[in-house]
Ligand binder design. Structure first.
Ligand code: ATP
Length: 260
């Protein structure tokens, strides 16, 4: 297999609910190779978002390890952690919640260039224009506010911002779920093209196995906090082994006939 960018072993996280500990993620293990997309699919409440937040180290696990780019993500502090934060980026479902809605597009995209000192101030407008172009947006959008552009454009801006840091891994959590079908298809195509250009890896989280089919090389199916099945996406969809995998595939009857 290609170089491993992300390696997760025995990851676990429980939350307190009504005085009891409830496991959101239990004993999750998987890896993502360079230039590879791993889809994480499962029903609502299966632990997908918790898993993404653990990998991004937005929350701390109770058990297990996360290795990124060969280093132990969970013990990093200070400058080393900031450097990793540059190389793991995220795109969430709702960029309106992630960014200041009144901020200009240019500001949102150039923030990482400034924070990580990647591009000198004088060169930032050109870098922003280039990033907008790469995600298929016109340069004039740079001066618009986040709340003034469409949901699909906002998600392209979120992708441009993620790309600005030249990441090795982008975690996408329900990144196309709020978009209508045609916009969703365009964004998925864009993600595939950007991966071919840059070799970036994706951890692509979705409740929708049809969406995952369009982008993921391999898929991990989650249920009740556990990864219950993993395999090449086409293989898992053609012959799911777990009850959860069977139910997810059965819920999308057109999946097996679709040619894309
Ligand atoms: N901060 C929290 N405090 C308490 N319980 C939580 C917290 N975050 C998640 N949980 C619980 O952990 C479990 C997994 O939730 P998680 O959001 O990771 O699932 P999910 O698969 O992403 O679901 P969805 O697709 O509905 O977002 C659920 O039972 C949820 O209620």
């Amino acid at each position: 297999m290609s170089d491993v960018v992300l390696k997760v072993d025995g990851l676990g996280k429980a939350f307190a609910r009504n005085g009891k500990r409830v496991a959101a993620v239990s004993d999750a293990s998987f890896s993502v190779g360079a230039g590879e997309t791993l889809g994480i699919v499962g029903p609502s409440g299966s632990g997908k978002s918790t898993l993404s937040r653990l990998v991004l180290r937005l929350i701390e696990p109770d058990a297990g390890s996360v290795r990124f780019d060969g280093g132990d993500l969970l013990t990093l502090r200070g400058a080393a952690l900031r450097s990793v934060r540059q190389r793991i980026q995220m795109v969430f479902q709702d960029p309106l919640a992630a960014f200041n809605p009144r901020a200009e597009v240019a500001e949102v995209i150039s923030d990482p260039l400034r924070i990580h000192r990647l591009v000198a101030r004088v060169d930032r407008p050109a870098a922003v224009a280039h990033l907008l172009d790469r995600v298929g947006l016109p340069g004039v959008l740079a001066e618009r506010a986040i709340h003034e552009i469409s949901g699909g454009q906002r998600q392209r801006v979120a992708i441009a911002r993620a790309l600005a840091s030249q990441p090795k891994l982008i975690v996408l959590d329900e990144a196309v779920s709020a978009l209508d079908v045609s916009v969703r298809a365009h964004i998925l195509r864009l993600l595939v093209d950007l991966q071919a250009e840059t070799g970036v890896s994706y951890m692509f989280v979705s409740h929708d196995i049809a969406v995952v089919k369009a982008i993921a090389h391999r898929v991990a199916i989650m249920d009740q906090g556990r990864i219950v099945e993993t395999g090449p996406t086409g293989q898992v969809i053609a012959a799911p082994q777990s009850p959860t995998g069977k139910a997810l595939v059965a819920a999308v009857p057109r999946l097996l006939q679709a040619q894309d």
